[in-house]
Design a binder for this molecule. Structure first.
Ligand code: BES
Ligand code: ZN
Length: 641
C-alpha cells in the first residue's frame, strides 16, 4: 500500500466515522476498519467548518484592523470605548456586517463611506448565555470602516475589576482582561473568532497614577494616564488583552522583563530569570521569535489561569513563584505559544489541540533543553497521570479525541488535558517515529509556512503528509495516525515516560506504607517539586489518619508554600477526610483564584460529602474570584444538586 496521497482529509467523513464508532467500538478498536474506510479519510478535500461560537459573517466580510480608544473608569467598573474597525469584502454583495458583543451597551454606530461618516442602522440581538448578542450593522454602499461607540458592563465576563483592597499594595484598583476563548466580545465589538486575524492600535486613558499595558508594543512616555499601543502583526481576537494597575517593572535582559505589583517584582524576576534561555532554546528549535519584546505580567492571585499567552506580554499567576523555579514550565509554555498558537492558530475551537498540544510539546522540549531529560520526563509522567484522569472523567467519549466534534457546548470543553497532553504525546510519537532531527526541521517549517494563519487539523495533516511522512512512508501507518487524531481514549502507541526518580520515590513510599521506615527516614532532602507531586498523587486511597498526620508533621504539607504541592495534598486530604488540612485549605481557597486548583478542589469537596463546608467557603471567596471562575464554580455546585 502506498501512503502518498495528493488530496487531503475529509472532516465530514471522519466525524461520521467517529460518530459510528461510538456505540460499536472501544478506544482499543481501530476507528476505521476497512482499507476503503482508511483511504476515504485521506482522500477528500479539506473542510474548515465555520466557527460556531461566533455570530459574525466572517466569510463575507473580514475585519482587518481595530483602532481602539478605551477610557478605563474604575468608579463605574466600565470601559467607555470607541472602536474603529477596518474591513474587507470577501463577498462583494454583502451589505451587512455581523459582529459579536456580550454585555456591551452600544451608543452609536457610524460607517465611513466615500470618506464621510454617516449614521448606520443596526440591530442588537437577544443576550444568549454563551454567545452574547449578535450585532448586525447595515452597510452603506462601499463602506469599509465602522465607528462604534460603546460601554462595557461591570459584569463583563472577560474583565476583572479588583478594588484597592484586593491588591497587595492596597492603594489602587486593578483591571485585567482574559479574552480567551470568547470574551473579547465583552470588551470590544468585533469578529470574535480565531478564524479571523487583525492588527490593532489603541489609546488607553486611566487614572494618572496607574499604568496600562496591552498585548502590543507600547509608545514610550511618562506615567500620566494616557498610553498608546500598536500591534502591527495580525492576531486573533482572543489575544487582545489589557491590564491597568500600579505596576512595577524589572528588566531581565534588553527585550525581556517582568511587570508585577512592586512587592513581588524582584522575586518574580528572579524566578523567571531563565526566560532568555527559554527563548533562545525555542528559537534554536523552531526559528526566530517574531514578536519583538517578550514581557511577563504577574497578576494578582485571582487570575484564573496558570498563564495566558497574550502576545508580547504573557499573563501569569503569582502561584508560579515558588522560590526554586520549579513551576516555570508554565513560562516555557506561554512563551512557546509565540510559535504554536499565536503564529499558527486553530481556526476553530474544536482544533484547540493544534494550539495547546503543540505548545505542550514545545514546552517540554524547552524544559529538557534547559534542565535536562530527568525533569522533562518527570513533567511528562505527571502530565500522563492527569491525562488518564481526564480520559476517565470525560463527559462524552468524543471529548477524548484530539480533533473534537463541531458541536461543543462551550469552547472551554476543548481545553481539557486531552488537547494538552494527548496532543503532546502524539507529537512525541511522531518525534520517535521520524527521529528528532527530521521532526524538528519539519516543525520549524510548519510554523514558518502557516505563520499568521488560522488552520484546522486537516491542514496540519496534509502538510505533514507532504513534508515529512511522504518522505518516510514506512515510519507509521494510516491507521496509527487516525487512531491518534480521531480516535478516543489513549492510543496503543503512546510511549509512557519512565522516570527513574519517580521509581525511587515509589520504593520509599511503599517501604513507608509497609511500616519499614518512618516518614522522617524517607530521603526527601533532595526531592524536587515533581518528586513530591508524584509521591502525594500516588498515595493510596485508604491512607490512614495516622499516615496523613505523620506526613504532615514531618513535611508541613498542609501549609506548603508551593501551590502545586499544597493543591495535591489538599486533594488527598479531602478524599481521605484529613481534617487538619481543612483550615489551610480554607485559606488557600480564599487566597488563590487559579481555576486549575479551585475547580477541582470544590468538586472534590462536593464529592466527598463536604458540600456545605465548600458552599460556605465559596460564599466568602466568590467576590474575589474572576467572573470566569465564578461562573465555572456556580456550575459545579448547580450540577451537583
Ligand atoms: N491558553 C491557555 C490558557 C487558556 C486556555 C485560557 C483556555 C482560556 C481558555 C494557556 O496557554 C495555558 O494553557 N495555561 C495553562 C498552563 C500550561 C502550562 C498547561 C494553565 O493556565 O494552567
Ligand atoms: Zn497553552
Amino acid at each position: 500500500m502506498s501512503y502518498r496521497f495528493t488530496t487531503a482529509f475529509s472532516l465530514a467523513l471522519v466525524i461520521t466515522l467517529a460518530g459510528c464508532s461510538r456505540e460499536t467500538k472501544t478506544s482499543d478498536a481501530p476507528l476505521v476498519e476497512s482499507p476503503e474506510e482508511v483511504e476515504a479519510v485521506f482522500s477528500a478535500p479539506i473542510e474548515t467548518p465555520l466557527d460556531r461560537f461566533t455570530y459574525s459573517n466572517y466569510n463575507d466580510i473580514r475585519v482587518t484592523n481595530a483602532d481602539l480608544t478605551l477610557d478605563v473608569n474604575f468608579d463605574k467598573k466600565v470601559i467607555d470605548g470607541v472602536a474603529v474597525l477596518d474591513f474587507e469584502y470577501l463577498n462583494r454583495d454583502a451589505n451587512v456586517i455581523v459582529l459579536d458583543t456580550n454585555d456591551l451597551t452600544i451608543k452609536s454606530i457610524e460607517a465611513n463611506s466615500n470618506g464621510s461618516w454617516v449614521t448606520a442602522d443596526y440591530t442588537l440581538g437577544e443576550d444568549e448565555p454563551v454567545f452574547g448578542s449578535r450585532l448586525e450593522v447595515a452597510l452603506p454602499e462601499k463602506a469599509e470602516q465602522l465607528r462604534i461607540t460603546y460601554t462595557t458592563s461591570p459584569d463583563a465576563e472577560g474583565l476583572q475589576w479588583l478594588s484597592a483592597d484586593q491588591t497587595a499594595g492596597k492603594k489602587y484598583p486593578f483591571l485585567f482582561s482574559q479574552n480567551q476563548p470568547i470574551f473579547a466580545r465583552t470588551m470590544v465589538p468585533l469578529q470574535d473568532t480565531p478564524a479571523v486575524r487583525m492588527t490593532y492600535t489603541a489609546t488607553v486613558t486611566t487614572p494618572p497614577e496607574l499604568i496600562a499595558l496591552m498585548s502590543a508594543s507600547q509608545d514610550e512616555g511618562p506615567r500620566d494616564g494616557e498610553y498608546s499601543f500598536s500591534m502591527p502583526q495580525p492576531i486573533p481576537s482572543y489575544l487582545l488583552a489589557i491590564t491597568v494597575g500600579d505596576l512595577a517593572f524589572k528588566p531581565i535582559n534588553d527585550h525581556i522583563g517582568v511587570y508585577a505589583e512592586a512587592y513581588i517584582v524582584d522575586e518574580a524576576a528572579a524566578e523567571f530569570e531563565d526566560t532568555p534561555n527559554m527563548e533562545e532554546a525555542t528559537a534554536a528549535f523552531y526559528g526566530p521569535y517574531k514578536w519583538g519584546r517578550y514581557d511577563m505580567l504577574v497578576l494578582p492571585p485571582s487570575f484564573p489561569f496558570g498563564g495566558m499567552e497574550n502576545p508580547r506580554l504573557s499573563f501569569l499567576t503569582p502561584t508560579l513563584i515558588a522560590g526554586d523555579k520549579s513551576l516555570t514550565n508554565v513560562v516555557a509554555h506561554e512563551l512557546a505559544h509565540s510559535w504554536s498558537g499565536n503564529l499558527v492558530t486553530n481556526a476553530n475551537w474544536s482544533d484547540a489541540w493544534l494550539n495547546e498540544g503543540f505548545t505542550s510539546y514545545v514546552e517540554n522540549r524547552v524544559m529538557e533543553a534547559l534542565y535536562g531529560q530527568g525533569r522533562a520526563v518527570m513533567e511528562r509522567a505527571l502530565d500522563l497521570e492527569s491525562l488518564k484522569r481526564a480520559v476517565s472523567e470525560a463527559e462524552r467519549p468524543e471529548l477524548t479525541q484530539l480533533k473534537l466534534p463541531n458541536d461543543l457546548n462551550h469552547p472551554d470543553d476543548a481545553f481539557s488535558n486531552v488537547a494538552y497532553v494527548k496532543g503532546m504525546f502524539f507529537l512525541k510519537f511522531l518525534e520517535t517515529r521520524f527521529g528528532r532531527n527530521d521532526f524538528d526541521a519539519f516543525l520549524k517549517e510548519y510554523f514558518e509556512h502557516f505563520a499568521f494563519q488560522s488552520i484546522v487539523t486537516e491542514d496540519f495533516l496534509a502538510y505533514f503528509e507532504d513534508h515529512l511522512w511522504g518522505n518516510a512512508p514506512d515510519a507509521m501507518t494510516k491507521e496509527e495516525i487516525i487512531e491518534w487524531v480521531y480516535g478516543q481514549g489513549l492510543p496503543g502507541t503512546i510511549e509512557a515516560p519512565v522516570s527513574d526518580a519517580f521509581a525511587q520515590v515509589a520504593v520509599h513510599q511503599s517501604q513507608w506504607l509497609a511500616g519499614e521506615k518512618s516518614a522522617n527516614d524517607i530521603p526527601t532532602a533532595g526531592w524536587t517539586t515533581h518528586e513530591w507531586l508524584h509521591f502525594i498523587n500516588s498515595l493510596p486511597d485508604d491512607l490512614s489518619q495516622a499516615n496523613f498526620s505523620e506526613l504532615d508533621t514531618a513535611f508541613s504539607l498542609s501549609t506548603s508554600q508551593n501551590a502545586e504541592i499544597a493543591f495535591a495534598w489538599y486533594m488527598q486530604s479531602i478524599k481521605g477526610g484529613y481534617a487538619p488540612a481543612m483550615a489551610p485549605l480554607d485559606d488557600f481557597l480564599m487566597r488563590v483564584g487559579r481555576g486549575k486548583f479551585i475547580y477541582r478542589l470544590y468538586q472534590a469537596l462536593i464529592d466527598a460529602g463536604q458540600r456545605e463546608w465548600a458552599a460556605e467557603v465559596f460564599a466568602r471567596a466568590r467576590s474575589g474570584y474572576h467572573p470566569i471562575a465564578q461562573r465555572r464554580i456556580d456550575t459545579i455546585f448547580a450540577e451537583a444538586e
